[in-house]
Structures are given as structure tokens and as C-alpha cells.
Design a protein around this ligand. Structure first.
Ligand code: PRT
Ligand code: ZN
Length: 283
């Protein structure tokens, strides 16, 4: 039985649970439970605070975990980073009161910096030969300058709204993070096999993200041109229509190219174009 630790509540909880659903693993939500077992996959979900996840995976108490890369880095956890999951994106940045003049990292010499990420900050300061004092604060770091506890902060930023509403400006972006799937390096052979199955399913979800399925009617004479416009995975599917000289063509395209492709296809006579969402792609 594979055990995976995920955040019990907070920013990563919903996306982590949704990911199980996308890869067809049924799990209860965490509202009442600490531990729950999947009904259709040999997987047990352990719900906990994100700060504790790197450690329980490094010790093998859980075989897998879903957590922000920032927590893994801060705890220097000895875990395998299996996959980036594409949600929970953020950065950890240095920010100072917006009225201050900033000319470079040496600004921080002799300053006090409040943060919940002292280890990542320490590395950055050492690398840049900056002598600053780190004030460790676990919550509401952004109020530290106004409260006189520190001159600057080193904290997670995503939209930047929190900094602005606290009269701060972001001056150095130090660390980029997103949610990652992590694994205990000592996994048994059986657990590794289950992890491979999870990765296989995750990859099919990833491949299908940002893809659209296109169906259209096309004059037979335009098929060659349409194949050039729509390379698809191997080649587009073409089926004859009852109407003489027409066929139906199916293909998968990147969402980013969708409107460009539609314009080109209309120009060669495509009609009745249908655009559908793609749930999974198994290469
Ligand atoms: O209770 P528990 O310890 O499990 O949760 P937590 O309160 O420590 O963490 P939580 O749920 O806030 O965040 C979990 C993870 O989400 C973090 O470790 C990051 O990997 C990721 N993440 C992504 C973020 C953000 N975006 C984010 N914006 N974590 C925190 N924030 C906070 C930030 O601290 C600041 O207060 O949001 C504010 C800034 O947001 P903007 O949009 O105003 O810039
Ligand atoms: Zn936390």
C-alpha cells in the first residue's frame, strides 16, 4: 500500500485532491479525516500541514507527498522530486517599503529581514555576500516592516497584491516554486511499480492539457492541404461523408494555435467545425 501525504487544508489541498480525480484514483476529501484509503487504488492519503510533508516523506513514513517546492528546499529534505505538477505556482521574493530607493542587493547589508524561509534566504545572502539579520516569523510576515520588527521581508508572492496593500515593493525574485510530487528514495519495488502507474496517468493528463479536439466537414479536394495544417499525433482521421466530394476530418490541436488553425481551415473550405475538450491523451 502506497501512502501519500498531502496538505489537509490550504492552497494546495483542492488541486491535490482534484489531481487524484483526474487520474482516476477515488479518495475522500479531508474535512473529517486524518487518513483515508482509496476505494479503487492501493493508496492511502495522509492529510497534514504542508510544513511537515517533506520530513514524513524523507523518513519514509509516507512514500509520496504533494507539497510546494519551497517547503522541500527550505527543509533540505532528502526526497526525490518526481514531477512538477503545474499548480501552486509562486516565487519567494525580497520586498522593501515602497518609499525606499533600491539600487541592488547590497541594500540589504546591515538590514533586518523578516521571513518564514530562513534557510533559503541564508543561502541567497551568503551567495551575494550580504550581511543581514534574519528575523524568523511564521505568519503575517508582510506586516513586519510597518510593525517595526524588520526593514524588509522575504516572503511568498504570487499576484503581488499583498505586497502592494502593505506598502511594499518586490525588489529581488529569489526562488521559483510550484507544487511537486515527491518520493521517499527508499521505495520498495512494489511501491515503485505503483508510482510508475501514477506517473503514467499524470503524463496523460499533462499531455491533454491545453489540447482541443477538432472535427469538421471538408471538401475532398482540400484534404492534402488540411493534413499540412493539422499534423495531429500520427495523422488526422479522415472519413467519407454521404455527400459526394466531402469528408469529415478529426484532429487534435494545441489550444494556443486553435484560432489560427480555424482561420486556415475555413480558407480551404472547412465547414461545420466542432471544437471539443480533451480529457486524456494516452500516447
Ligand atoms: O496550514 P499549512 O501549514 O498546511 O498551510 P500554510 O498556511 O503554511 O500554506 P498555504 O496553504 O498558504 O500555502 C501552501 C503552499 O502554496 C505554499 O507553500 C506555496 O508553495 C504555495 N503558494 C502559492 C502560496 C501562494 N501561492 C501564496 N500566494 N503560499 C502562500 N501564498 C501567500 C503568501 O504567503 C502571501 O501572504 O499569499 C500571499 C501573497 O499572495 P499575493 O497573490 O497577494 O502575492
Ligand atoms: Zn505551512
Amino acid at each position: 500500500m502506497l501512502r501519500i501525504a498531502i496538505q489537509s487544508k490550504g492552497r494546495l489541498n483542492e488541486d491535490s485532491t482534484a489531481l487524484f480525480q483526474e487520474i482516476g484514483i477515488a479518495v475522500d476529501d479531508s474535512k473529517r479525516k486524518f487518513l483515508s484509503q482509496s476505494a479503487n487504488f492501493p493508496l492511502e492519503v495522509l492529510y497534514m500541514r504542508d510544513d511537515d510533508i517533506p520530513q514524513v516523506v524523507a523518513s519514509g513514513t509516507a512514500s509520496l507527498g504533494i507539497v510546494g517546492l519551497n517547503e522541500v528546499e527550505e527543509k533540505s529534505a532528502d526526497v526525490e522530486i518526481v514531477e512538477r505538477l503545474g499548480f501552486g505556482g509562486c516565487r519567494i521574493s525580497l520586498a522593501i517599503p515602497k518609499s525606499e530607493t533600491y539600487e541592488g542587493p547590497q541594500y540589504f547589508n546591515g538590514k533586518r529581514i523578516a521571513t518564514s524561509y530562513p534557510n533559503i534566504l541564508r543561502k541567497y545572502l551568503d551567495k551575494n555576500n550580504i550581511d543581514a539579520k534574519i528575523e524568523i516569523i511564521t505568519g503575517s510576515v508582510e506586516i513586519a516592516p510597518a510593525a517595526g520588527i524588520a526593514d524588509a521581508i522575504f516572503d511568498i508572492v504570487s499576484s503581488g497584491g499583498t505586497l502592494v496593500s502593505n506598502g511594499l515593493k518586490e525588489v529581488e525574485r529569489v526562488f521559483w516554486s510550484e507544487a511537486v510530487l515527491i518520493a521517499w528514495p527508499g521505495l520498495s519495488e512494489e511501491d515503485r511499480r505503483l508510482l510508475d502507474e501514477i506517473r503514467f496517468r499524470l503524463d496523460s493528463v499533462k499531455v491533454s492539457r491545453g489540447k482541443k479536439y477538432l472535427l469538421m466537414n471538408l471538401p475532398q479536394a482540400s484534404v492534402e492541404e488540411a493534413v499540412r495544417i493539422l499534423p495531429a499525433m500520427r495523422s488526422p482521421t479522415i472519413m467519407p461523408l454521404a455527400a459526394e466530394g466531402w469528408c469529415s476530418m478529426h484532429s487534435v490541436v494545441d489550444s494556443a494555435d486553435l484560432w489560427d488553425k480555424i482561420r486556415q481551415l475555413k480558407a480551404i473550405g472547412a465547414e461545420g467545425i466542432l471544437v471539443l475538450n480533451v480529457d486524456k491523451i494516452i500516447p
